[in-house]
Design a protein around this ligand. Structure first.
Ligand code: NAP
Ligand code: MG
Length: 496
């Protein structure tokens, strides 16, 4: 390490202030074959949209166009729902549960076989670092299909002494932050429970969902079992409002979730909503501080803070606050922001220029309000593409917008507390309730804190750990219902 190496645009400041650079280590894109124009996956076939309209999807790492996607209109939505209904009334329901399970296992195995291609495509379309898509997203996608495949022939054991049946046609709408993983969270339990689906991915990140369509085709599922239609909010709204959809599963912003809740309230449609969050880490003075710093960093800065359960608030005990903030600053200075395809990148690109502007606007407002702001000086951002430095606001009041609103970027709000009661009160002082993290060496303190927190998922001495067998979901404005585990099946079945 004696000499300065070239040429990644990221310098990393070591503890002594010594700076070194990393050579670029880009992942190859050779195995990815992106079609210039993409169709809709309806009834097992690739179909042109009725509107004849297309929209672009870009690579946020450089702003360049990747492909054109079909804008599905109400007629396309209707074709997709009809195909799903036909499969539900016929081929998919005629299979035995064991046979359905086999198809889901097949999807899982093909995902594993094509994992590299999926990871690279996800990173190109979304901007997340390749180490995230390669080591977290895609393995979790395969794991969800494997897990729910195992449930397909065990539904009789879901409820003791009761039998369950599928609901019918599920309309599923997902966001851009974990494009393929959200598709897996939706499709795998729906199929395992015997339903058929129409999925609409987010308009900025549809490419891996379309590749999943190819995988489903390769797995040979009966036509219409899974339909994938691309488009913007209007396409999603048409799916929500289609009269022959039995269930809507939505993951996205609380704002759109409320619109969907209002438009389904007078129908018989079942609804699950996985919405936003403003999740808090609570770090007690007896915590293992270096591990806590690492988890806080990964919980808000990795994946650009584009995580619904991002630990976007930090509550740190007053006696260790200065030391913790010092350690945090030092670690932040070593984070590498840059090319998402580079294997050394910690923080990739913000998914779209609109999101970047939104984050910058919230930061500028909080700075104008006089809140103490920090971003590492040494971080260098690439010239092209949509990037932002990791940052935090310190000594934030609970009433500050930066502490209340979901920013969905690498921005942390720090507060201090003196007693567990104060930590709990501050952590619960939010309209959301998705997740929380507790850091302490004392098991009793962890348990008493966890009992008092109003959050769907609580991690202790770790953060952002996922397993397909664990349910996930939120309180209050973070949503209704749970995904994952046995709970994830409950919203796809009728209980008799
Ligand atoms: P969003 O704007 O609410 O969009 C989510 C999806 O809904 C997209 O496919 C979107 O299409 C579609 N949509 C937009 N307007 C619609 C309407 N009126 N009717 C039906 N569908 C409509 O959310 P986002 O900005 O993509 O994603 C970020 C949000 O997702 C954050 O709030 C995050 O916390 C949340 N999230 C929650 C979880 C969880 O499990 N709780 C997980 C991941 C993300 P377009 O793409 O065309 O806008
Ligand atoms: Mg959106």
């Amino acid at each position: 390490m004696g000499k300065t190496m070239s040429t990644n645009n990221n310098k990393t400041a070591g503890e002594s202030g010594f700076q070194f650079e990393y050579d670029p280590a880009p992942e190859s894109t050779d195995m990815v074959n992106i079609k210039k124009q993409n169709k809709l996956f309806i009834n097992g076939k690739w179909m042109a949209g009725k509107s004849g309209k297309f929209f672009d999807t870009i690579n946020p790492a450089n702003g360049e166009k990747l492909a054109e996607l079909t804008e599905a209109n109400t007629e396309d939505v209707d074709r997709a729902v009809k195909a799903a209904r036909k499969a539900f009334n016929g081929a998919w329901s005629e299979l035995s549960p064991k046979q359905r399970g086999r198809y889901i296992y097949r999807i899982a195995r093909i995902i594993q076989e094509r994992s590299r291609e999926l990871a690279v495509l996800e990173t190109m379309d979304n901007g997340k670092p390749i180490k995230e898509s390669r080591d977290f997203d895609i393995p979790q996608v395969a794991a969800h299909f494997f897990y729910y495949a195992g449930w397909a022939d065990k539904l009789d054991y879901l409820f003791n002494g009761k039998s369950v049946s599928p609901i019918g046609v599920a309309g599923q709408i997902i966001p851009w932050n974990f494009p393929l993983l959200m598709a897996a969270w939706k499709i795998a339990p729906a199929l395992a429970a015997g339903n058929c689906v129409v999925l609409k991915p987010a308009e900025t990140t549809s490419l891996t969902a379309l590749l999943l369509g190819e995988i489903i085709e390769e797995a040979g599922l009966p036509p219409g079992t899974v339909n994938i239609i691309t488009g913007a909010g209007a396409t999603g709204a048409a799916l929500v409002n289609h009269p022959d959809v039995d269930k809507i599963a939505f993951t996205g912003s609380t704002e759109v979730g409320k619109i969907i809740a209002r438009s389904t309230v007078n129908s018989a449609k079942k609804l699950t909503l996985e919405l936003g969050g403003k999740s808090a880490h609570i770090v007690y003075e007896d915590a293992a501080l270096d591990q806590a710093v690492e988890s806080v960093v990964s919980g808000i800065y990795f994946n650009q803070g584009h995580v619904c359960c991002a630990g976007s608030r930090l509550l740190v005990e007053e006696s260790i606050a200065d030391l913790f903030v010092h350690k945090l600053k030092r670690r932040m200075a070593s984070l590498r922001v840059g090319d998402p395809l580079d294997k050394n990148t910690d923080i990739g690109a913000i998914n779209s220029p609109g999101e970047l502007e939104k984050i910058k606007g919230l930061i500028a407002d909080a700075i104008a309000d006089g809140i103490e702001y920090f971003e590492p000086e040494s971080t260098v951002l690439p010239q092209k593409g949509y990037y932002i430095k990791p940052s935090f606001f310190n000594n934030v009041a609970s009433s500050a917008t930066i502490c209340r609103r979901e920013i969905f970027g690498p921005v942390l709000a720090i507060q201090t507390f003196r007693t567990p009661e104060e930590a709990i009160r501050k952590a619960n002082d939010t309209p959301y309730g998705l997740a929380a993290g507790i850091w302490s060496e004392k098991g009793s303190k962890i348990h008493s804190t966890a009992q008092a927190l109003k959050a769907g998922v609580i991690w202790a001495n770790t953060y952002n750990k996922f397993d397909p067998a664990s349910p996930f979901g939120g309180y209050n404005e973070s949503g209704w219902g749970r995904e994952g585990g046995r709970h994830g099946l409950l919203s796809y079945v009728e209980v008799k």
